[in-house]
Design a protein around this ligand. Sequence first.
Ligand SMILES: [Zn+2]
Length: 307
Amino acid sequence: MTNHATSSNGPNHILTVDVEDYFHVEAFAGTVSRTTWDEYPSRVVGNCRRLLEIFDRHEVKATFFVLGWVAERFPAIVHEIHKRGHELACHSFWHRKVDSLTPAEFRSDTREACDAIENAASVRVSGYRAPTWSITRRSLWAFDVLAEEGFEYDSSIYPIHHDLYGIPGANRYPYVQFCGNGQSLLEFPPATVRIAGMNFPAAGGGYLRIFPLAYTSWVFRQFEKAGKSLVLYLHPWEIDPEQPRLAGPLKSRFRHYTNLHRTQERLEHLLQRYRFVPFRDQLGDRQIPARDGSPARVAATQGGMAD
Ligand SMILES: [Zn+2]
């Protein structure tokens, strides 16, 4: 399941997409109320199709962290993502920050999201990514909930200083996260680079768009030299320069709209040069427990093109 990248001897990097619409993002949460989401013209289906076509062209498979709200309204695209051989995972239902929820609210949101995704594609979901990287020191209890709900891995901890998220001292490379309840999950942090003793974000979302491509390429070379897998992420709205413009604070508009017209070209540049796989290819044969505790409904259908 690898692409025809030129870097054939390097590590397999991880390609991920957070499937949400342009009006779901935290940057505009103060402007766009969740109760009005249905009033915005949705562009997520068309943008996902464009991504699927790009990935097909480069013969690469990715992990798609899907917002439950999207899966409930547009189940056909979720089914299509799965049918075209990609991995489905969970990005919450309402895109609320985990550290703004109680454990009970988090559990219920996660279940609602998984139901919507699993109903859309008839697959078992075993990976989680928190909206806005919002598993922080204040919400480490979320790992207990995820493990209890049968998740096998998470990709929510950004090991950086940031005004909205992050755990600055967290590990930069994948590790086993032990939970308070004796269970464990695999944690896959998004890519960072270490400069002068500090971690800096790299290779994903706004960082891929706003920083020069030379910076991203340099980060890739650091990971390749170290033989480590890099976690790259992007959103369907990031390849859509035509999306409607929302009002909001200047900082939000800068983060959201800068270089939207460059994302696709940069993505394709990386897909040509490096090998990418979905998370499932990094998990090995680890058995995935069923959400209800019954003998594993192992995610065999997520391994290939099975419908
Ligand atoms: Zn998100």
